[in-house]
Ligand binder design. Structure first.
Ligand code: ACO
Length: 333
């Protein structure tokens, strides 16, 4: 009997219209275009206008993915949504997306795996599909970072990195052994949780946030950048080699690597460690910055539209982020 697994039937993305250049940031904090480009590769990012929600960006990305797959919302059996910036403390953004798509009754799972949210989402969706529980699953990564960053010089190490956006993919059951997700592997190491985190609002504080915490900036995300960098350039190649190895494949077999877009220097080091040529690694961080759970699905959707992903290609997506969390997914397109 042929085994069931999932294949990608549609991809989509949405980024806000407003472009924020490095120069614009240098007008509100002590930074420069030169510093940001040299250290991160980022030239600009997108920010949401007042009132735009994560659920609305997710809806737009999802509709593009559905249209791409010649599907309609009613075809979706389940939603998995990754974000570290939910529209509200609760309920998760998934139900707001579900409501906007008119899918009453369809289950929504919100994932809190930060930059690894989309790869974690692929793992869940593929497992559901392999088990026969659902046939068509929408996987979304969405992030609004701009409303949560410290835009003063105090927060410049974080503020210049992040942007807003959403990406989506529709996975569907297939028995075609020459197409679809081969393997997804995900990991975490909570010993490093506070190296990259937002301490407040916190349910262990009473009240969850107060004026003093805000004054001290404890509601802004903080990061030990060098530590994150060091772990990322180790864990990402490791995860790629893990999924390749399980399939008897080598880095050279990869047609396109889509790394999480945290910093161009991280992607370049991962590329070097895997011995891949430039045309085998997709980067769009210069346009969007780090959109966290959304970077990989946005990049995937763009790569598809640029003709860089073709039927039969071996595509690998790899993520690393706060938690720490990391993982990779290997796909025969
Ligand atoms: N503009 C100008 N100067 C800056 C800025 C800025 N935006 N940010 C920091 N600096 C300064 C620092 O204050 C420091 O000054 P000092 O030497 O006088 O103390 C100097 O630049 C060097 O700072 P470093 O932190 O050593 O710079 P580094 O080369 O490590 O780059 C960076 C910092 C870009 C943040 C890098 O460490 C990095 O990219 N880390 C990984 C980020 C990442 O991957 N995050 C994970 C994903 S996010 C998620 O999962 C939510």
């Amino acid at each position: 009997m042929l085994s069931t697994h999932s294949r990608f039937v549609g991809t989509g993305y949405y980024v806000p219209e407003r472009i924020v250049t490095n120069h614009e940031l240098s007008e509100v904090m002590d930074t420069s275009d030169e510093w940001i480009v040299e250290r991160t590769g980022i030239r600009q990012r997108r920010w949401v206008p007042e009132g735009m929600t994560g659920a609305e960006m997710a809806r737009r990305a999802s509709m593009m993915a559905l249209t791409d797959g010649d599907l309609v919302p009613a075809d979706i059996d389940a939603i998995v949504l990754g974000t570290l910036s939910p529209d509200h403390f609760f309920p998760g953004t998934g139900v707001f997306l579900q409501r906007a798509l008119g899918l009453e009754g369809v289950p929504c799972l919100d994932l809190r795996a930060q930059c690894s949210g989309f790869v974690y989402g692929l793992s869940v969706a593929d497992a559901w599909i392999r088990s026969g529980q659902y046939e068509t699953v929408l996987v979304v990564g969405v992030e609004i970072q701009s409303t949560g960053l410290d835009m003063s010089t105090r927060g410049r190490d974080m503020a210049v990195l992040f942007g807003d956006g959403a990406g989506a993919a529709v996975l569907q059951a297939t028995q075609n052994e020459n197409q679809g997700i081969l393997t997804t592997r995900i990991h975490a190491d909570g010993r490093h949780a506070e190296i990259l985190w937002a301490e407040a609002a916190s349910s262990s504080h009473h009240p969850r946030i107060d004026a003093k915490m805000i004054e001290e900036g404890r509601h802004f995300p903080t990061m030990e950048g060098k530590e994150v960098f060091r772990h990322a350039v180790t864990r990402m190649p490791e995860a790629v080699l893990e999924v390749l190895g399980e399939n008897g494949l080598e880095p050279d077999d990869i047609d396109l690597l889509i790394p999480h877009q945290a910093n161009l220097r991280i992607s370049q080091m991962v590329q070097r460690r895997l011995g891949l040529s430039d045309e085998k690694v997709f980067n769009n961080i210069e346009k969007y910055g780090n959109t966290t759970a959304a970077t990989i699905p946005i990049a995937l959707a763009e790569a598809v539209r640029e003709g860089l992903v073709n039927r039969g290609d071996l595509v690998c997506m790899v993520a690393f982020g706060s938690g720490f969390t990391w993982g990779a997914s290997l796909v025969r397109w």
